[in-house]
Design a protein around this ligand. Structure first.
Ligand code: DGP
Length: 112
């Protein structure tokens, strides 16, 4: 499959990993928006939030179980944002479900 994040999952595109197990992978964003910017993805290909179903939502809840641990272990101590861009208006650029963990800086503006 021609998916950048599937290639990161199978190791054919290198990444700086923050966490990995048999179901999920967390790696540092190539274009960080905050001092700590990590992407958490399911290893199985799910295109976006629009494609979360009863059959695959256990992986999504598993990701959310792991996010606080990943944030803490990456040095975030004072809060963070979790964002998933879905679809064109949200400027989703990679069609493999991912959750941005953004932290390490005071974010004053709240997005609408
Ligand atoms: P989004 O706009 O929500 O679809 O975010 C996609 C993110 O993926 C964007 O912040 C940049 C990141 N990204 C794209 N290609 C690569 C890559 O090859 N390696 C890494 N580490 N991050 C990537």
């Amino acid at each position: 499959m021609d998916c950048i994040f599937c290639k990161i999952t199978d190791g054919s595109i290198p990444s700086r990993k923050a966490y990995e197990d048999d179901k999920i992978l967390a790696f540092y964003d190539i274009n960080p928006q905050t001092p700590v910017h990590i992407l958490v993805i399911p290893k199985a290909h799910i295109p976006s939030v629009d494609f979360i179903t009863e059959e695959n939502s256990d992986t999504v809840s598993y990701i959310f179980e792991k996010i606080p641990k990943i944030a803490k272990e990456s040095g975030i101590t004072n809060g963070y944002r979790v964002i998933s861009n879905c679809g064109e208006d949200a400027a989703q650029s990679v069609e493999h479900l991912h959750f941005h963990i953004l932290g390490g800086a005071k974010m004053l503006e709240k997005m609408a």
